[in-house]
Write a protein that binds this ligand. Sequence first.
Ligand code: ADP
Length: 375
Amino acid sequence: MGVVGGGQLARMMGDDAHDVGVELTVLVTAADDSAVETADHVLLGAADDESALRRLIETSDVVTFDHELIDLDMLVRLEEQGVVFRPSPRALRYSVDKAVQREEFTAAGFPVPYCHVIRSDADLSVLDDWSQMHQNPPVLKAARGGYDGRGVLFPVDDTDAMQLARELLARGAVVAEERVTLLSEVAQLVVRSVHGEVIAYPLVTTLQSRGMCAEVQFPADLDEDVQAQARELSAKIASHIGLVGVMAVELFVTPRGLLINELALRPHNSGHWTIEGTATSQFANHLRAVTGQELGASTALCAAAVMVNVVGADTPGSLESARATAGVTVHDYGKSWRPGRKLAHVTAVGDDVAALHVRTWVSARAYGTNTREAS
Ligand code: ADP
């Protein structure tokens, strides 16, 4: 099978590929990509370059994705010619385009923040009295192309909102949405097979630092009935969009209940802990699902788990010291050091979130991370 895009997700798919009987070809833009080390075959080229994609298709019975920065129209055209993409371009629209997701989920009755899509100058008038109507200035999001908090703006007042929305609009549609009160943020990972079977992973809490996920904790600190709501809602979404593969549903926990933030139709940062923490990792289950196999169990093998991202600090620390920390597993992505770059993650599994939290951060700091513990 083929993976469009390299990076750590494709690398970790490669770690599990042979266990699930899959031969992996990755399409990457550089010969030193993180995914090269674990792939069976490597092709050089960009995700939106049709000739490169065609080379990947020729050698693969099914093609999946490592990221969302893809040309959907091109995928639809290729699908019409018989190429099997899993997930399909139809499903991918919901993760590639925040405007499509918000509009279609609002229409389908799924819980999302109140929002308005701005596609033209005339639509900007919706921002005129926003604060008066919604208590706060809006959050503005580029419909396409943002990730890790890039493309998400928090204007200080309506005048600022108007100015920022104009700037975003020059590059494409903008979602203006209410600023919700966040009690916490959680992520529900599910996997759906080609036969429509959906399995949910245990819910996790995600802790953000500067718009980027810094830490993930299992179990999520929510009552079982809210956890059940997250599972049921995510399973419904999976069926609604015709998902095949793994999907992470990022959810806001608010005083009015769970609200959908965004979807990722691929293995997700919030699921890295499943490598050590559950019976089948998210990577193995994604490969199983997209190659038409039965799914593996998602049962937790531990009472608690913590995962911390290592995002390059200004000066490198030491991978050896990070690995020397007792009771953690360091997953190094084999990337060259660059401040602000996601370089590795550290996981600890056990009984007590507080103890695991301390250990993982000791290790991540020894490696040299610029992320901070959420206060
Ligand atoms: P990205 O696509 O770059 O990951 P998100 O849409 O997930 O961006 O937004 C990044 C972060 O901004 C979220 O994790 C959350 O903390 C905050 N955020 C996003 N939307 C809202 C909102 N409507 N109200 C309050 N905070 C928000």
